[in-house]
Design a protein around this ligand. Structure first.
Ligand SMILES: [Zn+2]
Length: 201
């Protein structure tokens, strides 16, 4: 399997999604509880068949290794100092067996930089490489201020912001953003109601 070095939006996106599968983020309900969920996660985020194939080959020990990777990654996002991010991501990418060039699917005849994995690599190794490349790519291109905690007061998620303006606020914008909007709307309505009652009195 090869991980392209220049697609940090994808690789950092996988890192964000992996970090936010934990029971801590889902209020006790782990979203990566078993090998079936691991395969589904790989299928959802893979650009090709190789990541799902590694997930299908996984055993219980591999799943535990992915859980441990999730913790390592979360520690990185929780302490986003530049040196810490670079050192931590460097460790994650140490599973790579060397740089190479692969065909660019978007441009016929062109190539892109990639890091390869050896044939004995596990799904944990593949995800570690993807996440490590994503972290390095974002530090390099966008800076360490793109590693943040979710802005929703009830959410314990974290994320890597790869948007162009860099103003993303939530780990899961559709979910945490909507929850926050609903909560703010209710708070404003309650405040308006209270203000109205006070005026009447
Ligand atoms: Zn969130």
């Amino acid at each position: 399997m090869q991980v392209p070095l220049d697609d940090y939006v994808w690789s950092a996106g996988v890192a964000t999604e992996l970090v936010n599968t934990t029971a801590e983020v889902w209020h006790g309900d782990d979203h990566l509880p078993d090998l079936v969920a691991l395969v589904a996660f790989a299928e959802l985020h893979a650009p090709d068949a190789e990541l799902p194939e590694l997930a299908r080959r996984a055993r219980a020990a591999d799943l535990r290794a992915v859980w441990a990777l999730r913790v390592t990654l979360r520690d990185l996002l929780d302490r986003p100092e530049r040196d810490n991010l670079i050192a931590g991501a460097g460790e994650l990418t140490s599973v790579a067996c060397g740089a190479t060039l692969v065909a660019d699917p978007a441009h016929a005849g062109r190539t892109r930089w990639a890091l390869g994995l050896n044939s004995g690599a596990t799904i944990r190794d593949a995800l570690a490489l993807v996440c490590g490349v994503g972290v390095l790519g974002v530090v390099h291109t966008l800076g360490e201020q793109r590693f943040r905690q979710c802005g929703a007061s009830t959410c314990r998620g974290a994320f890597i912001d790869t948007t162009r303006p860099g103003r993303r606020r939530y780990c899961m914008p559709g979910l945490c953003g909507n929850r926050t909007n609903v909560a703010n709307h209710r708070a404003r309505r309650a405040a308006a109601r209270q203000a109205g009652q006070l005026t009447v009195r």
